[in-house]
Design a protein around this ligand. Structure first.
Ligand SMILES: NC(=O)c1ccc[n+]([C@@H]2O[C@H](COP(=O)([O-])OP(=O)(O)OC[C@H]3O[C@@H](n4cnc5c(N)ncnc54)[C@H](O)[C@@H]3O)[C@@H](O)[C@H]2O)c1
Ligand SMILES: [Zn+2]
Length: 360
């Protein structure tokens, strides 16, 4: 398995490299910066920090694992660490970890001295296929998720697929939910590849992971290059997410891995699309349900609620979460719906009474 390189044509442009063994390249890839500092978490540090062989050149700071680290307090702690480590405007931050580390390190890098380079070294499937690419950074506020953040494109992304070997099963599934989303947006070829390699992915086959991560990055890179600030087309990446935000709210944040909620959101969005006459191929929903089953993803609210011991039987709880979805225009949640694999429609409003029906 060799590394693949995907160029993201934002201004400035950057490379995303995907493949096994890339942790060993971090040192050389960052050697031209005046100083380097690593941000990681307590789970990832013992597993992978040593593999960077960075003790000679870089200081590191370790944040507690989990969503609670996405706070301004933790960002300030990281910023203080950057000062203490002597970073200047020509230095770089290395984000080693999942989406939480990427968001915190990315935000700190974008604020430090009005913005320094950030190199992402994502170690979860979700971070490799989604959060490390595209330049969104954010932390949570008391009133909601991702409410304070910036756009700060990385200088480079090195996605070492061998790190996925140690990922807990739930976190692998979470990434797989975003992988199915990306394949649906990409088109028939991507969906067919996923169907052909579902068991290999679950078995964490190195080739299958590298191919699928690279394909997801290619799709996200092309969308982000056309619409870096989410004025329009980039909203398509929220396919399944309006429903997912309802699920995450009703279940209590953290009770269900994000991408697992997205997986159920995809099925609900396809059903909604069929009802509204947007999704033409009614068999697509069964096709995605079959794929979910092979990937170990839940296919319905009932299945999700049973597996994660959460209550999702009151549509009103989910609707509150969907209304809080900050991407919706004031008041009414907006949906991304699929016409067919590779063809989407954004900003679709639900007709009166439809939400209750879709969530029942
Ligand atoms: N910026 C964006 O564009 C964007 C996009 C999607 C999601 N996100 C954000 O990403 C976050 C979720 O990211 P995530 O799913 O990667 O979660 P995470 O960063 O919390 O990682 C999940 C868990 O896996 C552990 N872990 C990480 N790598 C590991 C490895 N290789 N082996 C073993 N354990 C490992 C972590 O310590 C953590 O406990 C959310 O906060 C979400 O808002 C951001
Ligand atoms: Zn997501």
């Amino acid at each position: 398995v060799r590394a693949r390189t995907i160029r993201v044509e934002t201004a400035p442009a950057y490379d995303v490299r995907v493949g096994p063994g890339l942790l060993a390249d971090v040192d050389a890839a960052t050697s031209s910066y005046s100083a380097r500092a690593i941000v990681t978490d307590e789970n990832v540090a013992p597993l992978y920090l040593g593999k960077l062989r960075a003790s000679a050149w870089a200081a590191h700071v370790t944040v507690p694992p989990g969503e609670d680290s996405k706070s301004l307090v933790v960002v300030e702690h990281v910023l203080d660490f950057l000062v203490e480590s002597g970073l200047d405007r020509r230095s770089c931050v290395v984000a080693l970890g999942g989406g939480v580390v990427g968001d915190v390190a990315g935000l700190a890098a974008s604020l430090y001295m009005r913005g320094i380079a950030c190199v992402h070294v994502p170690t979860t499937l979700l971070a490799q296929v989604d959060s490390s690419v595209g330049g969104k950074t954010a932390v949570n506020l008391g009133r909601g998720k991702n409410l304070a953040g910036t756009f700060h494109q990385p200088a480079l992304v090195l996605a070492d697929t061998t790190t996925l070997a140690t990922l807990p099963d739930d976190e692998l599934r979470s990434g797989l939910g975003e992988v199915v989303k990306t394949a649906l947006l990409d088109g028939e070829e991507a969906l067919a590849e996923l169907e052909a390699r579902a068991e290999a992915l679950v078995a964490r086959d190195a080739d299958a992971l590298a191919d699928v991560v690279a394909r997801c990055v290619r799709l996200k890179a092309s969308i982000v290059a056309r619409d870096p600030r989410e004025a329009n087309e980039r909203k398509a990446l929220n396919l399944g997410h309006t429903f997912a935000h309802g699920i995450e709210h009703a279940a209590g944040y953290g009770a269900v891995p994000h991408g697992v909620a997205v997986a159920v959101g995809l099925v609900l969005a396809l059903r909604a699309g069929i009802e509204l006459g947007v999704t033409r191929d009614a068999a697509l929903v069964e096709r995605v349900e079959a794929l979910h089953a092979r990937l170990g993803l839940p296919r319905s609210l009932a299945e999700l609620s049973q597996r994660h011991a959460v209550r999702l039987d009151d549509p009103r709880d989910l609707i509150v979460g969907m209304l809080h979805d900050k991407k919706g225009a004031a008041g009414a949640p907006r949906f991304v719906l699929l016409e067919a694999p590779g063809r989407w429609r954004i900003d679709v409003a639900a007709p009166a009474g439809a939400l209750e029906r879709w969530l029942a």
